[in-house]
Ligand binder design. Structure first.
Ligand SMILES: *Cc1c(COP(=O)(O)O)cnc(C)c1O
Length: 377
């Protein structure tokens, strides 16, 4: 018999209160009852996004909104600047490529964050560049980007700043309006504590200006159609009704706790994970630019990283994530976002110790849990 724990950076666990609301019989979406759901969700999303801009909601995974933020802002002949430091930064480039948009990559070493003050990482924004794409929390490397600093630079140009906050929203700070971020992309299955299937974007006045001029082909992800609908508390297509109902409850939980308290909690838990793996003699993949939403750890010499993740899951029921692409087998990632609590972390670190020890890694058994407890208390 196994009891399952999920500490992956999406999907993340779902609070029972949210699960219960989604299990209720479905309702029709063109009704006053569902309009109330839209209204409440919209209002609370603005709170989480820290914005007065409209937040558009799509039935899609997060990538749908990423694609939307390319095809709605740009036109053939426009250029994009894409900061790439991992799998998700690369994805913006792939989307540009799919639509024939020329993009200038700004490549950052994996495990490090872009530093716009460095000469070779400066944002070179010419007239043709209409959008700058950045990842708030690069989930594949556990890196957090200084979006505030980047926003200060992009503000001076016609280009819009688009931030992928899919795994950052409701976990680490993103002050959409205060920092001046034009488009913030997010998804449902990370910090927002509901299943995959919803994607979001907030859109600033500056971004709407570009959208008005954009001529790239679009249909399902046409932002204008969503804006028109939301103005009437409606959706252009059939919404993911039960996910929306779950989201309403999840957002209530977020409001009850309060964003600032949530950010502090994530900070403390991620800091506890970092000290625990270090106490075990392990190395962080992003020792400086770490994110408080997910911690990436290097697999020690001589240990099979894929087997480590698999054994934790199949023998002990503890789900963590491995490395992706070229980091496969060389990294594991422990999430601290959404409905992941200190007790989950205690189970996770104790299991990590057990499995590493079974696999022959030499360290002081209990050192990780001890450091975790000391940081959490
Ligand atoms: C999970 C994630 C995505 C992809 O979202 P999907 O829901 O899988 O489409 C994109 N960017 C970041 C930073 C993510 O963490």
């Amino acid at each position: 018999m196994l009891k399952n724990y999920l500490l992956t950076p999406g999907p993340t666990p779902i609070p029972p209160r949210v699960l219960e609301t989604m299990a209720r019989p479905i309702i029709h979406h063109r009704t006053p009852e569902f309009q109330k759901v839209i209204q409440e969700v919209e209002e609370d999303l603005k709170y989480v996004y820290q914005t007065k801009n409209e937040v558009l909601i799509f039935a899609a995974s997060g990538t749908g909104a990423m694609e939307g933020s390319v095809i709605n802002l740009l036109s053939p002949g426009d250029k994009a600047l894409v900061v790439r430091g991992g799998k998700f930064g690369e994805r913006f480039g792939e989307i540009c490529k799919a639509y024939g948009v020329e993009f200038i990559p700004l490549d950052v070493v994996c495990g490090k964050a872009v530093d716009p003050k460095k000469r070779d990482e400066a944002l070179k924004i010419d007239k043709k560049i209409k959008a700058v794409y950045v990842t708030l929390c690069e989930t594949s490397t556990g890196v957090s980007t200084d979006v505030e600093a980047i926003a200060k630079i992009v503000k001076n140009y016609e280009a819009a700043l688009v931030v992928d906050a899919i795994s950052g929203l409701a976990a680490i700070p993103i002050k959409t309006d205060e920092w001046g971020v034009d488009v913030v992309v997010s998804g449902s299955q990370k910090g927002l504590m509901i299943p995959p299937g919803l994607a979001f974007v907030s859109v600033s006045a500056k971004a709407w200006g570009l959208i008005e001029k954009s001529t790239l082909p679009k249909y399902y992800f046409d932002f204008k159609a969503y804006r028109k609908a939301i103005a009437k508390t409606d959706t252009p297509f059939t919404p993911a009704v039960n996910l929306m109902i779950g989201l309403r409850e999840a957002l209530k939980i977020i409001r009850e706790e309060g964003l600032e308290v949530i950010f502090e909690r994530h900070k403390k838990m991620a800091s506890a994970v970092r000290s625990s793996v270090k106490a075990m003699g392990l190395e962080l993949f992003a020792p400086e630019a770490y994110s408080d939403g997910v911690t990436a750890v290097k697999v020690p010499q001589g240990i099979d990283g894929e087997k480590l993740v698999k054994t934790m899951r199949d023998k002990y029921g503890v789900g963590i994530a491995g490395g992706q692409d070229e980091m496969k087998g060389k990294m594991f990632r422990i999430a601290t976002m959404g409905y992941i609590t200190p007790s989950d972390l205690i189970v996770c670190i104790a299991t990590l110790e057990t499995v590493l020890s079974e696999m022959g890694y030499k360290f002081q058994l209990g050192s990780g849990v001890k450091a975790l407890e000391e940081t959490l208390k």
